[in-house]
Design a protein around this ligand. Structure first.
Ligand code: PMP
Length: 357
């Protein structure tokens, strides 16, 4: 009788599944979710809208009405194509699969969002991580040198970056795009609602750039919808590795409904969170021994004297944050704190004060 060892790739056998801790009963500040639920009346309307969705048919593979509305509401320039994913995670996987020629490489500044490296591993292509500087800013010269040396198929730039929160200077991004003329440059704007800066208006200006977005951080993480915008020259090719019915009917219907409420609900919540980010950053920076890195996301990267001890203290207070201190040497003693509601942030601050005077 065969066993997984006989069949499954050795590198897969050696992997561990993506860890997602059980947050039941915790103040959940570990995954950059928007902490606000929909207003009751709107949630009821959404429920009525979803009740009308036929579940017996497969979803439209390229839902034209949803894509048109998304383009309009999100300001996708004319001439761009849009590809939808089951979260931007799925788009990241699709890009790696589509670009996995023998010897191909995928390059990103590190520490970075883990899915870039994971997608490379899944597709069996080499991942090249270019360390940030010690202050977690972009080492542009090192990026340019690495691009010249490795000639990667794909370059990821998260704008702003997770887990550092860094928003790279525009001129550095331009230099990287120019130097990566042989590569597809993916600008990942998952945190655009909090950075309020975007490359989307300029995406067609360069021949080698696509912009990736998600509705997750805007308050819709549960529906799993990411999108990639760029020239059809690129997107038509990437679309070939998209699983045919990857965005389900409930997600499509919920997204179409919610796109009418970006300005009056979700962007208002994002504005609240931006203000709260500033307040939280100031309060954490005032605690003994902390360094708060500048963040354009809905989270703060914070260095503390002993990350494990602080993490455990927060856990004991039923507050879940992300301990990123072992992920990369540049993140030694760092925690990533998602910005929550004022009440959640107050609870987190009170717990932090138990260990950081
Ligand atoms: N890009 C970045 C930089 C992220 O931090 C995340 C989620 N943490 C994603 C993409 C994935 O988002 P989604 O929920 O759309 O899969």
């Amino acid at each position: 009788m065969t066993t997984p060892k006989d069949v499954i790739r050795g590198d897969v056998l050696a992997m561990t599944s993506y860890p997602v801790p059980d947050a039941t009963g915790f103040v959940k500040l570990d995954a950059m979710e928007n902490p606000y639920e929909l207003p009751d009346a709107l949630a009821r309307q959404l429920g009525e809208h979803l009740a009308g969705v036929a579940l017996n048919r497969y979803p439209a593979p390229r839902p034209a009405a949803l894509i048109d509305k998304l383009k309009r509401v999100m300001g996708v320039p004319a001439g761009c194509a849009v590809l939808l994913g089951n979260g931007s995670d799925e788009i990241i996987s699709m890009i790696a699969v589509a670009c996995a020629k023998p010897g191909a490489k995928l390059l990103a500044p590190v520490p970075a969002f883990v899915m870039y490296q994971m997608s490379a591993k899944f597709a069996q292509i080499e991942f090249v991580g270019v360390p940030h500087r010690a202050d977690l800013t972009l080492d542009t010269e090192a990026m340019l040198a690495a691009i010249a040396e490795h000639r990667p198929a794909v370059v990821y730039l998260a704008y702003p970056n997770n887990p550092t929160g860094t928003l790279y200077p525009e001129e550095d991004v331009e230099r990287i795009i120019a130097a990566a003329g042989q590569s597809l440059v993916v600008i990942d704007e998952a945190y655009q609602p909090f950075a309020q800066k975007s490359w989307l208006p300029r995406v067609l200006e360069f021949g080698n750039v696509v912009v990736m977005r998600t509705v997750s951080k805007l308050g819709l993480a549960g529906i799993r919808l990411g999108y990639l915008a760029g020239s059809p020259v690129w997107l038509d090719e990437l679309d070939k590795v998209r699983p045919p019915y990857n965005v389900n009917v409930l997600t499509q219907a919920a997204a179409e409904f919610m796109l009418d409420h970006i300005d009056d609900v979700l962007e208002v919540q994002a504005a609240d969170l931006r203000a709260e980010r500033t307040r939280l950053a100031d309060a954490v920076a005032a605690l003994q021994g902390t360094t708060v890195f500048p963040s354009a996301g809905n989270f703060l990267l914070v260095r503390v004297p002993d990350a494990d001890a602080v993490f455990e203290t927060l856990l004991a207070a039923r507050i879940l944050v992300k301990n990123v201190s072992k992920i990369h040497p540049l993140l030694a003693n760092c925690l990533r704190l998602t910005v929550g509601t004022p009440d959640e942030n107050a609870q987190m601050l009170a717990a932090l004060k138990l260990v950081l005077k």
